[in-house]
Each structure stands twice: as C-alpha cells, then as structure tokens.
Design a protein around this ligand. Structure first.
Ligand code: NAD
Ligand code: UD1
Length: 331
C-alpha cells in the first residue's frame, strides 16, 4: 500500500515525503515541475536513503491518474499540487481555478474509481479572510480576497461534500500558516521563481546581495512594532503535521479541519532581526506603503491540532532562520 503525494517535488511536499519515509511509509509522487525541478527528487533520495515511484505529469491528465492508480495500490492521497501565487491568481483566475479546482476534481474522481477514501489537503490560513479576529479558530467563517484564496475555500467545500456523500471517506483539511525554514541537511528548501512575493525568500535575496534592501510593507499597524505579524512555522514541523494527519485519517472518517501553526506571532522586523542573527548577514530595509490586501495580524489557535492530531510545532523562529539561511545561503 502506498501514499500518493501530488506536488511532492515542491517546497512543502518534498519535506513531507522525507518525514513520511521516517515513518516507514511507501510513497508515489506525481508532479509536473511547474514550480519545482527534478533534482529535488534525488535530494529526497539522498536524505532519506529511500526510493519511490515518480510520475511526471499534470494532475488534470485523467489517463495518467488512471495509470498511477492501476500500477500502485494507493490508500491515501496527500494533495499539495496547486498554483499558489496570490498576485498571479488575480491576473490569471481561469488558470488558477482550472489547475487547482479542476485538478483536485480529477484526483478525487480517480480516487473514487479505485476506492481510495483518504485525502489530506493543503489549505491555507488565507481562508480566514479579512474579517476574523486573531487567534484564528477552525470554526470561523471562511472567505477570500483573491482567486487563489477562493480555490482553497471551494476545495474545502468540495471535500465536505465528498464526505457527506460517502460516509467512508476521510478528509483532513490542513490550514497552513506561514511555512519557512528548510531541512537540516541544507539539501532541500524553498526556491521561488522570479521576484519573491513572500517575506522570507525576499529577506534571503537581500542577505545574499541580489537586492539592496527589503521593503517593509507598513509600520503603522496596531502591532508590537507597527509591522505586520504572522505565524511562521518551520516546514519540517508542518511536514510532521501531515504524518499525524495521515494517522488520524486512517482511524477516523468524515471531514476534519485543523490549523497548522505555532500559535505565536512574529513581526516583519522581528523576523529580519532573527535572520540577521542566525546568518550573520545584514538585511537593510526601508519602510514602504502597506501592501493592498494585507491584514495586521495572522496567527493560529493551535489547540485543535494538539487535541485532534496530537501534534504541535517544535521549532522556534531562530531554528527557522538558521535552517533557512543554511539552505538558501549555503552557510
Ligand atoms: P510549491 O509550488 O513548492 O509546490 C507545489 C507543487 O505542485 C510544485 O512542485 C508544482 O510543480 C506542483 N504542481 C502544481 N500544479 C500541478 C499540476 N497541475 N499537476 C502536477 N503537479 C502540479 O508550493 P508549496 O509551498 O509546497 O505548497 C504546497 C501546497 O500548500 C499548495 O497547494 C499551496 O497552495 C499550499 N499552501 C502553501 C503555503 C506556502 O506559504 N508555501 C501556505 C498555505 C498553503
Ligand atoms: C501571503 C498571501 C497569502 C498566502 C501566504 C503564504 C498576500 C496578500 N497574501 O500572505 O494569501 O497564503 O502569503 O503563501 O499576498 N512583507 C514585507 N515585505 C515583503 C514581503 C512581505 O514587509 O517584501 C510583509 C507582509 O506585509 C506581511 C509579512 O511580511 O506582513 C508576511 O508576508 P508574506 O510572506 O507575503 O505572507 P502573508 O502576507 O501572510
């Protein structure tokens, strides 16, 4: 029996595959390398000392999915594959809806045809929208402000519908907060294409001299130092959350929604300082206008993750910065 990992060559997927191997799982990966590269697969093999079947292709390719489910006995799917750039989703909504939603439907249809009834889905804290108060709890109303966010909201509803129609189905909707960090080996980590949108990849490019400064988007929020606060979580902790969710899905049916965060908020300037300390590099910054669509604070209530999955984050912001710096700056 194997676990199919869609998007397993990506940032979170690759770390999760490594952690799944530590738990003795058999893995099959599907990825089209639209936002990753084949060398990650060798790095996964190198770190884990384990091998796996890999299928290169698109999750919307029904024939390919049929082949994967026929050639392997898939008992669960951990579903990372998707496009994730907020700004790009505003420019290319149809591409995002097609890839993320249609892609998920194709995977679910193949699962149905082969009697596979467990899915762990990569949702996001973005589904808490702009109107909820921190800390965010799983029972809050969901919404979105851009097509990317709506794909997460819609897919959550799709999986609820699947669980209602099939009482044997188990879906765990994991709402990730802000994953950063990298594997301790320094062999895998985040490698964004082009100009990064997210804070940590941008900090890295300032630290290595590619950009001369970081723009801090706003210093007049009602937060500890006026800059935006987020719940950064080490990607290895996040990966461990998936092994816990998989165990949960094997023992329980129905839909379960769980935040994966640390429950602690860190401001932009606190993250900059922590990165400087961990890397020994300077990160010059200037205060810039607020970024449209940003909220002041975003952090998780993590009590449900502990209660339901028996999982909690182990690493702190210094660990995240040290591991991120080792990977990205090859320290
Ligand atoms: P990533 O881009 O590194 O990984 C996604 C992988 O999916 C890539 O390897 C890409 O090539 C692959 N992929 C995309 N579309 C595909 C398709 N149609 N068929 C096959 N493969 C396809 O992203 P990530 O940061 O690892 O995120 C994984 C998941 O977690 C995504 O669904 C993302 O939306 C979600 N998420 C990420 C974050 C974050 O900050 N990184 C936060 C919340 C949620
Ligand atoms: C962004 C996305 C969100 C997505 C998440 C994880 C937007 C509006 N939101 O959220 O939907 O789920 O990434 O992929 O794009 N910052 C700077 N300078 C920078 C970059 C960021 O000051 O160059 C600040 C931001 O204003 C924010 C914090 O750093 O306060 C974190 O930003 P980012 O890493 O983009 O994550 P989110 O805003 O949480």
């Amino acid at each position: 029996m194997s676990v199919l990992v869609t998007g397993g060559a990506g940032f979170i997927g690759s770390h999760t595959v490594v952690q799944l191997f530590e738990h003795g799982e058999e893995i099959v990966i599907l990825d089209n390398f639209s936002n990753s590269s084949p060398d990650v697969l060798d790095k996964i093999r190198q770190i884990s000392g384990r091998d796996f079947r890999f299928y290169e292709g698109d999750m919307r390719d029904r024939e390919l999915l049929e082949r994967i489910f026929t050639e392997n006995e898939i008992e669960a799917v951990i579903h990372f594959a998707g496009l994730k750039a907020v700004g790009e989703s505003v420019e290319k909504p149809l591409e995002y809806y097609d890839n993320n939603i249609n892609g998920t439907l194709c995977v679910l249809e193949a699962m149905k045809a082969h009697g596979c009834k467990r899915m762990i889905f990569s949702s996001s804290a973005t589904v808490y929208g702009n109107d909820n108060k921190v800390p965010f709890t799983e029972d809050m109303k969901t919404s979105a402000t851009n097509p990317y966010g709506w794909t997460k909201v819609f897919i959550e509803h799709i999986l609820e519908g699947v669980c209602t129609s099939d009482r044997e189905f188990s879906a765990v909707l994991l709402r990730y907060f802000n994953p950063i960090g990298a594997h301790k080996s320094g062999l895998i980590g985040e490698k964004p294409n082009g100009i990064p949108n997210n804070l940590m990849p941008y900090i890295v490019k300032v630290a290595n001299g590619e950009y001369d400064h970081l723009n801090v988007f706003g210093d007049d929020y009602d937060t500890v130092d006026g800059t935006g606060v987020r719940d950064y979580i080490h990607v290895v902790d996040l990966a461990d959350g998936h092994t816990a969710a998989l165990e949960y899905a094997r023992k329980n049916k129905g839909v379960q929604t769980v935040n994966l965060g640390t429950g602690r908020g860190t401001s932009v300037l606190e993250l900059v300082k922590a990165f400087e300390k961990a890397s020994g590099k300077k990160v010059p910054y200037v205060i810039a206008p607020r970024r449209p669509g940003d909220i002041a604070e975003c952090y998780a209530d993590v009590s449900k993750a502990k209660e339901v999955l028996g999982w909690q984050a182990k690493y702190d912001i210094d660990d995240m910065c040290a591991d991120n710096a080792r990977w990205a700056l090859k320290l």
